[in-house]
Design a protein around this ligand. Structure first.
Ligand SMILES: [Zn+2]
Ligand SMILES: [Zn+2]
Length: 299
């Protein structure tokens, strides 16, 4: 196993930069926020760990990319930033999404993300059906099928049956789409993927600084290894794109984990509803980590 350890100076420059304007901008953050972000380059920091490479099939050895520090992110003229008018991220189950798109992209949409449990890519040749979905145009479709522990069983119910040829724009394969029980592992993996892909929509490239949800991942084991959270350098990028209070964001994440499940209609009887508890057992470690960050922010 190889540990990618950047020098204190390299991490400090990646986070704060040497550009006077950006240093000034950094100083506008609250003292607590800077205390948290500065953990990125504190030598005996435990909140943010260096990236480890476990094999040649991991993302970094198999996809050599240049790094992106805060300044490169900030200066990118093609970066998409939400505006007061386009500020909503729509996450839609794919059937609803397609109905949605038949009308029009809502005016206040910053981006639309479709999610499905149907396996979208059983073969390379299926790609064309979804060829028009593009993150840079603010639209993406993601399948979580391969995150389901049942996926590799032979009778996975979300497997598309290639009974007919599809043409671009024919989405009839989604009629009566499959919804598996949402296990905690499936929920955690899906949250990681969505957070990662949304990060790309905001212009954040793959992170090579510290362990971070923006690390590229080449396979499921590597994806499970990366944390759900952003490292300080990527937090600063997201903060710059959205302008939130860092502690409030962590509190909102805690609230989501601790909040209850949801009520769903009984498919057999529309007047009955079932309460589905939220499957968050796998989020325990993440929850403990958020509490440590809040401690540091509020000291
Ligand atoms: Zn990525
Ligand atoms: Zn990062």
């Amino acid at each position: 196993m190889q540990v990618i350890r950047h020098s204190e100076q390299a991490l400090k420059t990646a986070l704060i930069s040497k550009n006077a304007e950006l240093i000034k901008l950094y100083e506008k953050l609250s003292q607590g926020e800077r205390r948290l972000l500065n953990e990125a380059f504190r030598p005996d920091c435990i909140l943010f760990q260096p990236i480890t490479v476990h094999s040649e099939s991991d993302w970094i050895p198999s996809h050599p990319e240049s790094t992106q520090d805060f300044e490169q992110f900030y200066q990118n003229p093609y970066r998409n930033t939400p505006s007061a008018k386009r500020s909503t991220i729509y996450v839609q189950p794919i059937e609803d999404l397609l109905k949605f798109l038949k009308q029009k992209k809502p005016k206040d949409a910053f981006c639309i993300v479709g999610i499905t449990m149907i396996d979208l890519y059983p073969k390379e040749s299926w790609n064309f059906v979804f060829g028009q979905a593009s993150l840079t145009e603010g639209m993406g479709i993601f399948s979580f099928a391969r995150y389901d522990s049942d996926f590799y069983s032979r009778n996975y119910k979300g497997q598309l049956k290639p009974v007919k040829k599809l043409t671009a724009g024919d989405y009839s394969v989604f009629d009566g789409y499959y919804t598996p029980p949402v296990t905690s592992t499936l929920l955690l993996r899906s949250c990681k993927t969505l957070t990662h892909e949304l990060g790309h929509i905001f212009g954040i490239r793959h992170c090579q600084w510290l362990q971070c949800v923006m690390q590229g991942s080449n396979h499921l084991e590597e994806s499970d290894r990366r944390p759900l959270e952003l490292c300080p350098i990527c937090i600063r990028k997201l903060h710059c794109a959205l302008g939130f209070n860092i502690a409030e964001r962590y509190k909102a994440l805690l609230h989501w984990i601790d909040g209850g499940g949801c009520d769903v209609e009984d498919p057999g009887c529309s007047s009955k509803t079932h309460h589905l508890p939220k499957a968050v057992e796998d989020f325990k470690e993440h929850r403990a980590w958020i509490l440590k960050c809040l401690d540091l922010l509020q000291q």
